[in-house]
Design a protein around this ligand. Sequence first.
Ligand SMILES: *Cc1c(COP(=O)(O)O)cnc(C)c1O
Length: 361
Amino acid sequence: MNILLNKPLKPELDKLTKYLEQVNNNEWYTNFGPLHEILTQKLESYLGVKNLLLVSNGTLALQVACKALDINSAITTPFSFVATTSSLLWQGIDIAFSDIDSESYNLCPEALGKALSIEPRYDGIVATHVYGNPCDVDAISQVALKYNKKVIYDAAHAFNVKVGSESVLNYGDASTLSFHATKLFHTVEGGAIVFKNKSDYEKAKQLINFGIDANGDLGEPGINAKLNEYQCAVGLTLLDEIDQVTKHRVELFELYRQELKDYVKMPDWHIKGSYNGAYMPIYIENKELLNKVIENLNLSGVQHRRYFTPSLDVAYKKQKTFSAIESRKISEGILCLPLHYYLKISDVLEVTNIIKLALKG
Ligand SMILES: *Cc1c(COP(=O)(O)O)cnc(C)c1O
């Protein structure tokens, strides 16, 4: 048996070719072309958002969002993919870590409020909806309002996640998405930023094209972070089938949660948050048991990943940390299980049986 952790969505060649023919006929390959426009509109309507700017990846999405919102210092989560932190550090942003909530694994609003009460000098807050589980967006909004801070959500895991009937991307001043091949929806490499304010969107659109404005004049120095027409073609092809993809992934996710609920800890989901089936994390506190589970998965050829280990405050020791006790604890026992569109129900049952057997000893 060999069960893969992840398997990127494969675009249907017939459909993709039709879009590629359009690109060739248009003779327009990048710089906000016709397919770029269509993909932007389709994504805005599908996700229920406005002011969506496509960019070349999720890392630049974070950097451009910070630049557009004038964030030069930020309090952020230590429990996320490395890019949430490394992208900010690369940009010379002064960051400090504040701990996560022990049940949701997302940035803890109380700890954040405490950090800001001690040191209110930070410009912004950068939080991740880890595994697609929405942060406590209302509580974070309250803290942000109290201290007058901008909020960016790294929503790389949260494609099409809702809080109640509202897209999770509509919280905060900006939300960033990654359309990397390994993500739920992808354009091979790619991403997007959703801005609350049109003016921030306009500024960012200029920033991702070297800082050249609509009249061709030079403004603030920018960068090149545009998504090209060929990648938009992949996005358009995959977007057509994304409902069916998400449905299957959520079905597998729910089966995993049902099968494992009496055996392992799993993140507590936001009470109004929807599932997108992006990742399947479990937490096993006991090191011996965790190692046994890992060993048995390995023996059966089941891929898994210690995602996210280490806690980012450990990886970036020079940065200030207000608190990261929970993040360190969770990162020691976290394990992501196989979850992708091509995975079968029988695969999930195999994996959960291996885990149950390992834990029963
Ligand atoms: C994938 C990911 C990123 C980076 O996105 P890229 O498109 O690969 O640059 C950032 N943050 C999180 C949480 C991610 O999972």
